[in-house]
Design a protein around this ligand. Structure first.
Ligand SMILES: NC(=O)c1ccc[n+]([C@@H]2O[C@H](COP(=O)([O-])OP(=O)(O)OC[C@H]3O[C@@H](n4cnc5c(N)ncnc54)[C@H](O)[C@@H]3O)[C@@H](O)[C@H]2O)c1
Length: 293
């Protein structure tokens, strides 16, 4: 049996992933409440989402009436209690176990016992995150890809205690959003990041070792392997700070030296070079437009 989902909450909705996840939910007709602790960032991300939808209309990919319906389905808040009626809450807050566990604890106090909690974590254990909730059976991994509003894949991972009803309901919801779910085990990095985090770090180390320029490293990967984006351009999109968090979460679990934070990456983050979100990373960016807009 699957649970009926009508209202969806997104935590960390002003972030790189949260804004796109909220668009996926609202586009599929779900009432969507975007929650973040930063009000100004929430406003900024709402403007970027509106610009993305306007561009989609201009390009003939979306009808104007559908854009209006999506905007009408979305609301935003810095008050966590506004999530009380949500049937599904998806968290996309910082990649930090304690932050996520604390958030689930707060959500326990706000939401009904039937609410499903989904985590967009890239590397952390769903079972460990779920231990932050008094009802771990309701917690499931739901890993979107960047940019969430354009990428179809969602890695769905049950923790040890996740109930089959929770998993099936969350899976059905991803299908209702026209996404493509795949089932993975609760293993570090699931499928994508287990492959991608070490690979992206290799590209940074190649740059640091002077093998080639950033542009040529990306050009080689695109022209030689047929990838749409080079690894350095992808890290700029992911966020260099997020790549550090991914390494810091991933390395202690796997002890894979390729997953350790490359020194150049650490220095760039210290210098405020975070990629697209800061206007400069491995490459320069004008403005801070949402990818795909
Ligand atoms: N960036 C990516 O490419 C990517 C891809 C897939 C999954 N993820 C995962 O998504 C999650 C978010 O990553 P991101 O890159 O979007 O991060 P981000 O730093 O861009 O955004 C995180 C957002 O969460 C908010 N936040 C932090 N703690 C909060 C709290 N306690 N309550 C409410 N809001 C809070 C912040 O204000 C910020 O707006 C992480 O778990 C990450 O591993 C990231």
């Amino acid at each position: 049996m699957t649970r009926t989902i009508k209202t969806v909450g997104v935590c960390g909705a002003a972030g790189t992933m949260g804004a796109g996840i909220a668009l996926v939910a609202a586009r599929a007709g779900f009432r969507t409440i975007s929650y973040d602790m930063k009000e100004d960032a929430l406003e900024r991300s709402a403007k970027q989402s509106a610009a993305f939808l306007d561009k989609s209309v201009e390009r003939g990919k979306l009808e104007a009436s559908k854009r209006d319906a999506i905007v009408g389905a979305m609301s935003r808040t810095t008050d966590i209690s506004a999530l009380e009626d949500c049937d599904l809450v998806i968290e996309a807050v910082f990649e930090d176990l304690a932050t996520k566990q604390k958030l689930l604890d707060r959500l326990d106090a706000v939401c009904s016992e039937d609410t499903i909690f989904a985590s967009n974590t890239s590397t952390l254990s769903i079972t460990e995150i779920a231990s932050g909730s008094k009802v771990p059976t309701r917690v499931v991994g739901m890993h979107f890809c960047l940019p969430a509003q354009l990428m179809k894949l969602i890695e769905m991972s049950p923790g040890i205690l996740t109930s089959e009803e929770t998993f099936e309901s969350a899976w059905a919801w991803t299908k209702a959003c026209s996404q493509i779910p795949v089932r993975t085990q609760d293993k570090p990095g699931f499928i994508l990041n287990a492959l991608l985090v070490p690979f992206n770090n290799d590209a940074i180390r190649a740059l640091e070792a002077g093998v080639a320029s950033a542009a040529d490293i990306d050009k080689a990967i695109k022209a030689g392997l047929g990838y749409k984006m080079g690894p350095l351009e992808l890290i700029d999109l992911i966020g260099l700070d997020t790549q550090v968090r991914l390494c810091e979460a991933f390395y202690p679990i796997t002890l894979d030296p390729r997953a350790a934070t490359p020194p150049l990456l650490r220095r760039m983050v210290a210098a405020g070079l975070l990629g697209r979100k800061s206007g400069k990373g491995f490459f320069d960016y004008e403005g801070n437009a949402m990818y795909g807009a």
